[in-house]
Write a protein that binds this ligand. Sequence first.
Ligand code: ZN
Length: 242
Amino acid sequence: MEYQLIRSERRKTIGLQVKNAQVIVRAPTFVKTSYVESLIQAKLQWLNQKIAEQQQNSLVNPSFSEQFTRENTKQQPSVFIDGLPHRIIVSFGSPNVIHDPLEQSLTVIINKRYHALGLHCDITVSKIKSQIERWFKVSIENYLVNHLAIFSNKMSLHASSVKVRKYKSRWGSCNSRAELSFNYLLKMLPTWVVDYVIVHELCHIEHMNHSTKFWQLVAIYCPEYKNAKIWMHKNQPNLKWS
Ligand SMILES: [Zn+2]
C-alpha cells in the first residue's frame, strides 16, 4: 500500500488518516519505518474501505477542478448559484462571465490564449475558477451590503466593518470588535440561506457564543434558521470549491 509519511519531532503518537483517497501517516521521528508498515498491515482492511468510500464520493460529487480534469467524463461541469445547479459553458474571447438564471447556465469567457491548452489543463481550469470567483465576489457583495443594512436596522446591531473574501471552511465570522467577514462563496447558496448567515453573524455582536440565548435571538429575525442549517448540511457535497 502506498502512503505518505510525515515525521515530526513534536509528535508523541502515530496518526493514520485517509484524505482524498490517499493514506497519510504522521509519526514521531523516533518511530521505525518497519513499525509504521506493520501498523498499516494491521489496519489494511479499514484503510482500503476508507479509500474506496472516498473514491466513490469524489466520483458522485466531484470538486470543481475534478469536473474538468477528469477526461472523457459524460457529465457537464456545473456549479451551484443561488442554491441551484448551473451548467458551465466555457468559451474563448474577451474575458467575461454571463449568468443566465432562466437557463441555469454560467458562461465563462476566457482569453483566447488558453484555447491551445484545452479545457482539461490545470492552468485553464484555474483561470476559469478565478474568473468565477471574481464574479461571485462582485455579485454577492451588493446583496450582503444591502441585506446587512436591512437586518442591522431591524435588530439594532451594527457591524464596525464588513469584509467579503474567500474562506476555506466558514461562511462568515464576527469578532469581539464587531468586525464581520463573509465568504463570497455564499453566492452558491439560496438568498434565504444567505440571510440566515447574515443574521447569525449579527447575533454574535450581542452573544459571542452559540448559547440558547444566541439561538433565541437568531430565531426572532430568522424563523427559517433550522431549515437553512439543514439546507447547508444537505448540500455540502454540491458546495465543494476546490
Ligand atoms: Zn456562530
